[in-house]
Design a protein around this ligand. Structure first.
Ligand SMILES: [Zn+2]
Length: 319
């Protein structure tokens, strides 16, 4: 009661205080994000944001699902950040070269035509109703009620959830990289639609509290947080991968030995570089050298060899 009347009496002071607190919270969040790149998609993960706007604007990607994830994950991320720095092997130049010797045996002969390759393989495996062919993008949200068996993978001191059907391949990929002296650490995996909905709504409410109408608030929020259901992370088949020496989610990751290893070897484990730099007009997602998607080994081999997007692959080979 006393507090409430005091507030009324000093509305401007209250507003000022609120402003200060808001700035403080934003600053803390920003610092936390900068420090902890393995909080879920700390900074730019366009895969989660751009969906709303249909345009791959890097400014929008900055906020991503960060808002949703940071609050309860920053502490664990901080922990894992230090853990990973101490107990993980840092990338070495030699890792890159040695990686090329491992596991490219499944690559189809390049002198064959694609048709020959596909005909020799099981093209039925590219049927769009195969679980690993599920397309999630701005135009194709994850089907309502989509579920899968979850599996946990430990990385950088915490558990990550992925679709159990690709968990073993993911583990094998991380182990193979390690054997080559390359440390791959997960910084994002499965995210629930519910969680994203909650965070979307929370963000929207912030704008409503600032005096926006619900419609206005929704429009503004959609430029900041992915519309629930449109993130590929909802499938349980997408992971964000970094390395101890470079944990920022930005294009610079592609200069690391970890990226080079992934580029050369991810297909062998059924994963693809999902958002290529030259395919942004198709994926509507910014270049994300850290974001990998499971599509099965055959499809991955083709996609990585032809350097095409999942969308293009489905157009060309999907049945
Ligand atoms: Zn991602």
């Amino acid at each position: 009661m006393a507090k409430r009347s005091k507030k009324k009496n000093s509305a401007s002071a209250g507003g000022f205080l609120f402003g200060i607190i808001l700035i403080g919270v934003l600053a803390v969040t920003a610092i936390a994000l900068l420090k902890n790149s393995e909080s879920e998609d700390p900074v730019p993960d366009g895969s989660d944001v751009v969906h709303n706007t249909q345009t791959a604007s890097s400014t929008e990607t900055g906020t991503d699902e960060t808002d949703q994830k940071t609050t309860d994950q920053i502490s664990s991320a901080t922990q894992s950040s230090s853990d990973s720095k101490t107990d993980k092997v840092t990338d070495t130049d030699s890792a890159t070269s040695s990686s090329k010797n491992t596991g490219t045996s499944s690559t189809p002969p390049t002198d064959n035509t694609r048709e020959e390759y596909v005909s020799k393989n099981d093209t039925a495996s590219f049927a769009k109703d195969q679980w690993y062919m599920l397309l999630a993008n701005p135009d194709n949200p994850v089907p309502e009620g989509y579920t899968f068996e979850q599996a946990k993978i430990k990385s950088a001191g915490r558990d990550w959830i992925v679709d159990a059907r690709c968990a073993e391949d993911l583990k094998a990929m991380i182990a193979a990289a390690k054997a080559d002296g390359v440390s791959l650490i997960l910084c994002s995996a499965y995210r629930t639609i519910e969680r994203q909905t909650t965070n979307f709504n929370n963000k929207m409410q912030e704008y409503i509290n600032k005096g926006k109408t619900e419609e206005e608030a929704r429009a503004i929020t959609a430029t900041i947080i992915a519309v629930p259901g449109t993130s590929e992370h909802h499938t349980g088949m997408a992971v964000d991968i970094v390395t101890p020496s470079y944990q920022s989610l930005n294009a610079g990751f592609d200069k690391t030995a970890a990226y080079k290893w992934l580029e050369a070897n991810c297909a062998e484990f059924g994963f693809v570089l999902r958002y290529r730099e030259d395919k942004q007009h198709i994926t509507k997602i910014i270049y994300e050298p850290w974001h990998y998607r499971y599509v099965g080994k055959q499809a991955a081999t083709i996609m990585m060899e032809e350097k095409i997007s999942f969308e293009e692959f489905l157009d060309k080979y999907g049945a």
